[in-house]
Design a protein around this ligand. Structure first.
Ligand code: G3P
Length: 218
């Protein structure tokens, strides 16, 4: 399973990259706003900086919600760097835009997906990635991981090549559950990625190894 980090924070992206396990980055307008990145040019410069750190897929989301606007913006974003994946919301004009981008060889991430039907449309339009939002479904007492599992099963049954990118991952257990249901990618906060490392038996085992080493070697 590929690991993406879900942030626009350059320090966190560098830290995850330095860990040696990072395959890409996803951003969205809220994450860009959180970093205080204002204005079209600054935002585009920021995407390029992210691409230079990661050298893997970097999702950059269109702001337009109409077909022509999405096409214009998506083509500009894709031209910034070969690693850019154009992120498009799962609305009617978005599905049409994904079809257009697919025909032009521009890779896409269909975002804000909350149902199997939406995921079906994204795959039929040729999206590179589909992003079911796990945490936001859990927030309303639905089962986000069950949706990821259903989409994986549907894509395998029909042979769709769209990769299932589990998004809105909130914690380490979500990542492990994504593995269990066969998600292609999980995009996670840095805290959830680092959380995978934690185990008290690792800490106590390492402490004992070092103590025993010192007993003999001083
Ligand atoms: O990738 C989508 C993600 O950023 C949404 O996460 O935590 O705002 O639901 P969250």
């Amino acid at each position: 399973m590929k690991f993406f980090i879900d942030t626009a924070n350059l320090e966190q992206i560098r830290e995850a990259y330095d860990l040696g396990v990072l395959d890409g980055v996803t951003t969205n307008p809220s994450l860009m706003a959180k970093e205080g990145i204002k204005g079209v040019q600054n935002q585009r410069d920021h995407y390029v900086k992210i691409c230079e750190i990661v050298k893997g897929d970097v999702s950059a989301e269109v702001i337009a919600t109409d077909y022509e606007g999405m096409i214009r913006e998506g083509e500009e974003l894709a031209a910034l760097n070969p690693h850019i994946v154009v992120k498009v919301p799962c609305i009617a004009d978005g599905i049409k835009a994904i079809k257009h981008f697919t025909a032009k060889g521009i890779r896409t991430n269909c975002t804000l997906v909350f149902s199997k039907g939406q995921a079906l449309l994204a795959a039929k339009a040729g999206a590179t990635y589909v992003s079911p939002f796990v945490g936001r479904l859990d927030d309303i007492s639905e089962d986000g991981i069950a949706l990821v599992a259903d989409i994986v099963e549907m894509y395998r049954y029909y042979g769709y090549e769209t990769q299932v990118l589990a998004a809105s991952i909130r914690h380490t257990k979500h990542i492990v559950e994504c593995v269990e249901v066969g998600a292609d990618v999980a995009t996670c906060p840095l805290s959830a990625i680092k959380g995978l490392l934690n185990h008290p038996l690792t800490d106590s085992g390492l402490k004992k190894f070092l103590e025993d080493y010192k007993k003999v070697n001083g």
